[in-house]
Design a protein around this ligand. Structure first.
Ligand SMILES: Cc1nc(NNC(=O)[C@H](CC2CCCC2)CN(O)CO)c(F)c(N2CCN3CCOC[C@@H]3C2)n1
Ligand code: NI
Length: 183
């Protein structure tokens, strides 16, 4: 099982690399990796297991964070309606998104960042994500709320982007609004 010792911390160059697409249909090795990532998230949300193995709680994980530069993410979270979103996706891609932006009021954190970085992280309020599941099936997810935010945080990791790259440097707490570009 994955534990915190497997999580790469900021400063490691892999977190700033653009991860490689996974060959489809997914090979056994990549399927195993995806399953272990999802298992880590579930374990990290189980009070006993998290305490026993000193796991920081997580609702998302990106493959570069375990030292493998491949386009694999895992998400295990619930949305405002309490609906469970539990996915491991290969080659996830945001294919469309709202103009409207949103953000977590408490800002964001990262399992690869052992410090608090205050500030609001702008995220699209709604996104459509395409990807391939462990079963090799291409799916399209229409996301909003927390699931939309988590998928954006994870897909950023695949492109070497950390959450704090998106915080307004001048005023970290100015509520992000969509900039409507002038014609
Ligand atoms: C918001 C939150 N972030 C947690 N951690 N950070 C992460 O997941 C990082 C990814 C998230 C940071 C902001 C958006 C994505 C990991 N990232 O670095 C991967 O790239 C949580 F753990 C958490 N929850 C709420 C739900 N709770 C259910 C019961 O179990 C505990 C769990 C705690 N909410
Ligand atoms: Ni992260």
């Amino acid at each position: 099982m994955l534990t915190m010792k497997d999580i790469v911390r900021e400063g490691h160059p892999i977190l700033r690399e653009k991860a490689q697409d996974v060959e489809l249909p997914p090979q056994q090795e990549d399927i195993e990796t995806a399953k272990k990532m999802l298992e880590f998230l579930k374990n990290s949300q189980d009070p006993e297991i998290a305490q026993k193995y000193k796991l920081r709680p997580g609702i998302g994980l990106a493959c570069p964070q375990i030292g493998i530069s491949k386009r694999i993410i895992a998400v295990h979270t619930t949305d405002e309606q309490g609906e469970l979103f539990s996915y491991a996706l290969f080659n996830p891609k945001i294919v469309s998104h709202s103009v409207k932006v949103t953000y977590l009021e408490g800002g964001e954190g990262c399992l690869s960042v052992d410090r608090d970085v205050p500030g609001l992280v702008p995220r699209y309020a709604k996104t459509t994500v395409k990807g391939t599941t462990i079963d090799g099936e291409q799916i399209e997810l229409k996301l909003k709320g927390m699931p939309a935010i988590v998928f954006q945080h994870e897909i950023d990791h695949l492109d070497g982007i950390m959450f704090y790259d998106r915080i307004n440097k001048e005023n970290p707490f100015s509520p992000p609004t969509a900039v409507i570009l002038n014609r």
